[in-house]
Design a protein around this ligand. Structure first.
Ligand code: DHB
Ligand code: MG
Length: 215
């Protein structure tokens, strides 16, 4: 029998329960509510409210001030990251699609973060090297093209302070993590790279969220 694709919480978390806990622990303010609504023509692949709140709390715990995101989409996760920034901190978020970046900038501005968040348009591989002068960073959140996760993680490990966080969404690769495909191999390389250089876990969010604390 083939393994089923197990989503964390399937046995006990009904949709109504997830709605309840999101409402109690991760309620949207106006800025998050606006950014959660994705305009027509842009895929609704943002992280969940609880994942966003988890990332926000993790950043607060390490007192993150300088943060990089790879994969902005329309800025929902970026608002969570920006909310967590220590005083004087800054978020640099990289987005490949200019139209998505434009919506993200408007959402970040509406949420009050225009001066604390910069959305940079381009491929992660091209834009990350331009951020090196701001290193060391306190956290890097990877949520972009899955085949480049090992490259993004290596950059993160090279530019994070010890104790800094590397985070990666979609770490179960939509159920394809163990497949003998280029993407499967890349995502496994990502897991193994983070595990080799961090104290790490793959948190059992519905998508799998890798959390590494750089040694
Ligand atoms: C896709 C990308 C994501 O980051 C995600 O969370 C869900 C889906 C995608 O490319 O399909
Ligand atoms: Mg994602």
């Amino acid at each position: 029998m083939a393994d089923s694709v197990t989503r964390a919480g399937d046995r006990h978390a009904t949709t109504a329960i997830l709605d309840y806990v999101n409402r109690v622990h991760a309620a949207h303010d106006a800025g998050l509510a606006r950014a959660f609504e994705v305009p027509d023509g842009i895929p609704a692949i943002q992280i969940s409210p609880s994942d966003g709140k988890l990332i926000e709390l993790l950043l607060r715990l390490v007192r993150a001030a300088k943060v990089v995101e790879v994969g902005t989409l329309v800025g929902y996760s970026a608002i969570h990251l920006a909310r967590a920034l220590a005083p004087g901190g800054h978020l640099w978020s990289i987005e490949y699609e200019p139209r998505h970046a434009e919506v993200a900038r408007a959402n970040l501005a509406a949420a009050g973060f225009a001066d604390r968040a910069t959305v940079l348009v381009g491929a992660g591989r091209d834009v990350l090297p331009t951020l090196a002068p701001h290193a060391p960073f306190d956290a890097v959140f990877i949520d972009a093209d899955k085949g480049n996760y090992p490259h993004y993680a290596q950059w993160a490990l090279d530019h994070l302070r010890p104790g800094g966080l590397v985070l990666g969404d979609n770490a179960y690769l939509f159920g394809e993590l163990l497949e003998d495909s280029a993407r499967g191999r890349a995502m496994r390389a990502f897991h193994e790279l983070v595990a080799a250089h961090c104290d790490s876990v793959c948190a059992t969010t519905p998508e799998g969220l890798v959390i590494g604390v750089k040694r």
